[in-house]
Design a protein around this ligand. Sequence first.
Ligand SMILES: C[S@@+](CC[C@H](N)C(=O)[O-])C[C@H]1O[C@@H](n2cnc3c(N)ncnc32)[C@H](O)[C@@H]1O
Length: 241
Amino acid sequence: MKYTRYVYSLQEESFYQLLTEYTKGVEILDRKDDKVIFAVYEKLEHLEPLQVQEIRMKHPKSYLKTIRVKDFLIVPCGVKTIFINPGMAFGTGLHASTQICLLLIDEFFKKGWTAIDVGCGSGILSIALEKLGAKEVLAIDIDQIAVRECKKNAKANNTHIKCIKARPQDIRERFDFLCANLEMDIFRKEMEHIKRLFKKRAVFSGIYGKDELDEFLQMLKGFRIVKIKKVKGWFGLVVEI
Ligand SMILES: C[S@@+](CC[C@H](N)C(=O)[O-])C[C@H]1O[C@@H](n2cnc3c(N)ncnc32)[C@H](O)[C@@H]1O
C-alpha cells in the first residue's frame, strides 16, 4: 500500500496544542531545542511540511497472525473461523486430506451454491462451505457418532447445516457442489452413487499415492479434471461435469 507522509516541525507548545485537537496518529521523529519534528499521514492546514514522502507499507493483513495465548485465540478480522469440539469424529483439520479439501473448497466453491458433504465426520468441511456462503448444506455420514459431533459443531459455529446418518445411495436430491474426503476402499464401493449427487463441481480427497490416484482417475472417466493437489503424499482433485 502507498501512503503520503508529511513531516512537520512545530514549537513544543504548539505541538502539544495540536495533539489536543488532532485525533489521528502522529509519529514523533525528533526533538531539537524546543522543536518537535513529527509526521502525519495527511496534509495539515496552515502548515508547510518540511518534507512530503511517498512511502510503501505492507498491508496490516500481511503481518497480523492468528495467535494463541492460553485460552485466548486472537484472530485477525476477515479470517473465517471454524470451532471444533474435541470429540470422537474425524476432522480436526490436522490431516492433510482435510486441509487439501479446505484449500480446494476455498478456491472452487461458489457462493450461493447448494452442497453435499459425503463423510462429514466432525462437519469441518460443511461448516467451511456454509461460511463460504452456501445456500444449503447437507452433511451425511454412516457413523452415528460423527452425525452427533457434526450437529454439535454446526451449532457451535452458528451454522444451519442439515446432518443425517446416510450413505450416498440414500440421497435422492442433487447438489451444485459435492465434497468427499473418504478412502479408496469406500470410493471403490460408493463412487457410482456419489457421482450422481452433484450438478457442477466436486472436490475429492483421501487418495494416497500415485497408484490410488491412477485408479481414481479411471473412476472419473467422463468428468473434466480441473485440478489435482498433492500434500504429503495425499491427493485431492476438483472435477466438473
Ligand atoms: C476421512 S473422514 C473425513 C471427515 C471430514 N469430512 C474431513 O474432511 O476431515 C471420512 C468419514 O466418512 C465416513 N464414511 C465412511 N464410509 C462412508 C459412506 N459409505 N457414506 C458416508 N460416510 C462414510 C466416516 O464415518 C468418516 O467420518
